[in-house]
Write a protein that binds this ligand. Structure first.
Ligand code: G4P
Length: 525
């Protein structure tokens, strides 16, 4: 098969949701349908139990398992499907943001009873920034749910995207009877079953009196009325609108009961985009180009504390990646070749000879890569779109064992390269500040410094509201700002200027008083 065919048949995506909406269940069902796994429960273990915020065994287990489940590839209907796993725990949201830079589309799972929740809203902002096409799967229809029209309105308002239902639920909870597939014009009747697939009944004319025979008089009347309303209110589904990121098709179902999952997978394969072009600091890179290029979006440290090997996950953006071929590590300006690149097929890892755009390869690494690094066949360009986001929680990090300061510095350095958290060094007093998205990261850092680097850290509180990257064309104003706010200035790991505002009021005031200064809440601008 040639490069073009390999690209055309690839679909690389992520499933995102608020914890508990059913992401793990849906992932597992897609893998079951794809024939990639044969028993339920294989993916299930890839979760930190939400209650166990301090359970390090769970964190360790998660880290171990998540190497295997970071990418779940499988073949289905001639397609190579790559599902990129995103951590369920919201404290690891930054990992999820970065994973979203490596996908071409997204499936959003929404709990039919709870509607759109906070985490989903946040992740959708990242999709919107990148115009990533999204499909919405409204899950748990077997439970008492919100009304479908209310859910659609909520998705539209909260996720700020137009919607178009492609299927329509018949009742919900105890009265849930199935869905009418508007896209395919067939009826899928629900059976509460975790193993079998329901047959779909072709039903081109919803007004046919046969409908009553399947779902009864009342449900038929409601379905016809709602269907008419849907067709009247929502415009025709246009794939182009979906691909442009302007319209989200919506499907209903119950992942736990295998209901609606097959339809979702079929619809996904029909409409989801193949690998798309990516931006670099020089130019746009198209997957079809024959020269290889890719970027590191995730680094995973090895579980074994005696070997500090890591795996760098590289998304292939163009051309064919080949084993044992020399590639340029652009940031370091050095050539590297990789003798054991790894591909991930469901639960299995295997060494591969080649990989194509849309694929993810795992490269064993002894500390050469940081997140965002670009590999090319020689061209000196760097992929864009992997920003750090302004953290939400901050603490000073101090050395708690004077004999181990070197180990601590190395440990912090490497954990930051891995993207566990962000480090800011105060320009005022030289103290190091760790910024994270969630509280759990502080525990992870402390634990990993102790176990992997034999170093001991201690945290001290710091009262901070936001860290923002600043820039200005007005050099005089910038210098003045830095002088006046000296005690609030810091450098990030790349040496860029960061303003540490201790309250939203202070930030507002700074924005008002220094009009020529740009305050950025992501590191890429
Ligand atoms: P997450 O990855 O998004 O956090 O969610 P996950 O799939 O773990 O699902 C969260 C809970 O919701 C699980 O129950 C799961 O069984 C249940 N669930 C998922 N899909 C459906 C559905 O379609 N209908 C119903 N009724 N429940 C669903 P749990 O009790 O938290 O976990 P477990 O003990 O079942 O593993």
């Amino acid at each position: 098969m040639g490069l073009q065919e390999e690209i055309s048949r690839r679909r690389t995506f992520a499933i995102i949701s608020h914890p508990d909406a059913g992401k793990t269940t849906l992932t597992e069902k897609l893998l079951l349908f794809g024939g990639a796994i044969h028993v339920a429960g294989a993916v299930k273990s890839n979760k930190i139990k939400k209650t166990a915020t301090s359970d390090f065994m769970e964190i360790e287990k998660q880290r171990g398992i998540s190497v295997a489940t970071s990418v779940m590839g499988f073949e289905y209907g001639g397609h190579k499907v790559n599902i990129l796993d995103t951590p369920g725990h919201q404290d690891f949201a930054e990992d999820t943001f970065r994973t979203l830079t490596a996908v071409d589309s997204v499936i959003i799972v929404v709990d039919a009873a709870k509607g759109v929740e906070a985490q989903t809203r946040k992740l959708m902002e990242v999709c919107r920034m990148r115009n990533t096409p999204v499909i919405v799967f409204i899950n748990k229809m077997d439970r008492p749910s919100k009304h479908p029209f209310d859910l659609l309105e909520e998705v539209e308002e909260e996720l700020k995207i137009n919607v178009r239902p492609l299927s329509w639920p018949i009742g919900n909870g105890p009265s849930f009877q199935g869905v009418y597939n508007i896209f395919e014009q067939n009826l899928n009747l629900f059976e509460a079953s975790k193993q079998t697939l329901g047959e779909s009944i072709s039903f081109a004319d919803i007004n046919s009196s046969e409908l009553e025979g399947y779902i009864g008089d009342d449900a038929s009347a409601v379905l016809r009325e709602e269907h008419e309303f849907v067709e009247g209110v929502y415009p025709e589904f246009e794939v182009e609108d979906y691909l442009a990121g302007n319209l989200a098709p919506v499907l209903f179902g119950s992942a736990l009961n295998n209901f609606g999952v097959n339809e979702l997978l079929d619809c996904f394969l029909k409409i989801a985009p193949k690998p798309q072009a990516s931006n670099t600091d020089l130019r746009e890179v198209k997957p079809e180009e024959d020269k290889f290029s890719g970027f590191v979006f995730k680094i995973h440290a090895n579980m074994d504390p005696n070997h500090r090997n890591r795996i760098a996950f590289v998304k292939i953006c163009s051309g064919k990646f080949e084993r044992n071929k020399n590639y340029l590590h652009v940031r370091q300006g050095k050539n590297f070749k990789f003798s054991s690149p790894t591909a991930f097929m469901a639960e299995k890892k295997s060494i591969i000879d080649e990989a194509f755009p849309g694929d993810i390869v795992g490269l064993p690494d002894s500390g050469n890569f940081i997140i965002g690094d670009t590999l090319t066949s020689g061209e000196k360009m760097s992929f864009k779109g992997l920003p750090s986001f302004s953290p939400e929680l901050f603490r000073y990090i101090e050395n708690d064992d004077p004999m181990k300061s070197k180990q601590l510095a190395k440990g912090i350095d490497q954990l930051m390269d891995e993207g566990v958290a962000q480090l800011f060094t105060s320009s005022f007093n030289g103290r190091k500040v760790i910024g994270t998205v969630g509280a759990l990261q502080f525990e992870v850092i402390e634990h990993r410094l102790a176990h992997e680097y034999n170093a001991k850290c201690r945290y001290e509180p710091i009262n901070l509201h936001k860290a923002c990257w600043i820039r200005s064309e007005n050099a005089a104003q910038l210098a003045d700002f830095k002088k006046r706010k000296h005690q609030y200035m810091a450098k990030d790991k790349q040496g860029r200027d960061v303003f540490l505002a201790d309250s939203s009021y202070m930030l507002q005031l700074a924005q008002q008083n220094f009009e020529d200064i740009e305050f950025h809440f992501t590191s890429e601008f």
